[in-house]
Design a protein around this ligand. Structure first.
Ligand SMILES: O=C([O-])C(=O)C[C@H](O)[C@@H](O)C(=O)[O-]
Ligand SMILES: [Mg+2]
Length: 425
């Protein structure tokens, strides 16, 4: 059966995003994604999802024409064609510094990933099997996710008239415990991750203690996104030793992470200092991390994520999964690859509970006891809601946001804000 690419549609969308506070600022009122539809001569269409900021769109549009005529089973050629189309002058800008530094390798990996997922969706649709089967079959039939807790404001000061959600403000331990309670009651999450680097570190430690008291026995994590100096990280690590399952990116850079790692028994995890194949050897040699947070969007796709898993297993590293704001197509892809990796034993991150809008059909991918059942339909096993896609594309056209910029969003409230890291030293 012929299954050659005849067309690629890339549709940027904007989804409402709450005012979640981060190490460098605050989320803008809209988060950007792009939805990929890859058409074939067999009449089948494969779907995928990527970031929707301008540099990502430029890379996707550069690569797309080179994919016409590609057999969707020929993923090695996909890689070659993307490398050729992007050329040496590829824009290397990353979505946000919160996912580490950009490089040419990462720009290529992210672009390959964006097109690999629709190709796998197409392969699955063609043979009538779910993507997880194309990746070697399920090591588990359900994938656990963690509650992703954020300090946050109730509403966006930047956008008058913007529809507030009903989560309210969370700026202290009680607020975060209440947020966690709601996440646990509604979705059944087992593990709890606090996005830190926002308040003075000792206040964040108090929040972790409050979570431990309110949810005894549940795995806890905190992620200050490299907003602490080494001395601050060491002090916090001492206070939280035995309390966390892992400490995520307390400081920035492989040497600094290694310095902290040498002085604590807490496992350090990262989605900032080891985010590409080039960064694995120095990260491993220097002992910077014990857990790598994979993310197929920037590690090069679902098969590259499996290669990462093999390296992690070889060197005795654990594996977890990172997420940025995403929609259901990405969530489906994450779920398939997480299910296919036996060593991915930590609950995966997801921002999904914060999203009120989506491009997949309502009711698809529902958390039950903190986990998602691996879709069993052909391909990714989720379908696009084309009306929602058109509505969210119109929102993209209207909203004017074209890049993620937490620093600029924070400046609306604090005009002198720089977002410079580390903020706590
Ligand atoms: O684990 C992480 O570092 C992230 O998920 C980074 C993200 O950018 C997250 O902090 C966010 O979206 O605000
Ligand atoms: Mg992180």
């Amino acid at each position: 059966m012929s299954l050659k690419i005849t067309g690629v549609r890339i549709t940027p969308v904007a989804v409402q995003d709450p005012p979640l506070l981060t190490a460098i600022g605050v989320h803008q009122p809209y988060a950007l994604r792009s939805v990929l539809e890859v058409e074939t001569d067999a009449g089948l269409t494969g779907i995928g999802e990527a970031y929707g900021d301008d540099p990502t769109l430029e890379r996707l549009h550069r690569a797309a024409p080179a994919l016409i005529g590609l057999d969707v089973f020929d993923l090695n050629s996909l890689h070659r064609r993307v490398v050729g189309a992007l050329g040496a002058a590829v824009p290397t800008e990353v979505l946000t510094p919160l996912v580490g530094a950009g490089s040419q390798g990462k720009a290529v990996a992210a672009t390959v990933a964006a097109f690999e997922v629709p190709c796998l969706d197409l392969q699955g649709k063609a043979v009538g099997r779910p993507v997880v089967d194309l990746l070697g079959g399920p090591a588990r039939t359900e994938v656990p996710f963690s509650a992703y807790l954020f300090y946050r404001w109730a509403g966006h000061p930047v956008a008058p008239g913007y529809p507030e959600d009903d989560w309210g403000e969370a700026l202290d331990p009680d607020g975060i415990v209440a947020q966690a309670r709601r996440m646990v009651d509604r979705y059944g999450f087992g593990s709890l991750k606090l996005k830190g680097g926002v308040l003075p570190p000792d206040q964040e430690v108090e929040t972790v203690f409050a979570l431990r008291e309110a949810f005894p026995g549940r795995p806890l994590r905190i992620d200050p996104n490299a907003n602490w100096s080494v001395p601050v990280a060491l002090r916090v690590a001492e206070r939280l030793s035995g309390v966390l399952e892992y400490l995520e990116d307390p400081v920035g850079g492989i040497p600094q992470m290694a310095e902290v790692a040498r002085a604590t028994d807490l496992p350090l995890a990262t989605n900032m200092c080891v985010t590409s194949m080039e960064e694995l050897p120095p990260g491993i040699e220097q002992g910077a991390v014990r857990v790598v947070l994979s993310d197929h969007h920037f590690w090069g796709g679902l098969r590259a994520t499996q290669r990462l898993a093999a390296v992690c297993e070889t060197f005795g590293l654990g594996m977890s999964m990172h997420s940025n704001t995403h929609l259901g197509v990405s969530l489906a892809a994450m779920t398939h690859v997480a299910a296919a990796i036996p060593s991915l034993t930590y609950a995966c991150d997801t921002h999904r509970p914060w999203q009120r809008e989506d491009v997949i059909a309502p009711g698809e991918l529902t958390f039950c006891d903190g986990a998602l059942a691996v879709p069993t339909g052909p391909g990714l096993g989720v379908s696009l809601d084309h009306e929602a896609l058109a509505r969210l594309h119109a929102q993209y056209e209207r909203c004017g946001v074209r890049r993620r910029d937490d620093v600029a969003a924070m400046r609306v409230v604090h005009p002198d804000w720089t977002g410079k890291q580390p903020r706590f030293s």
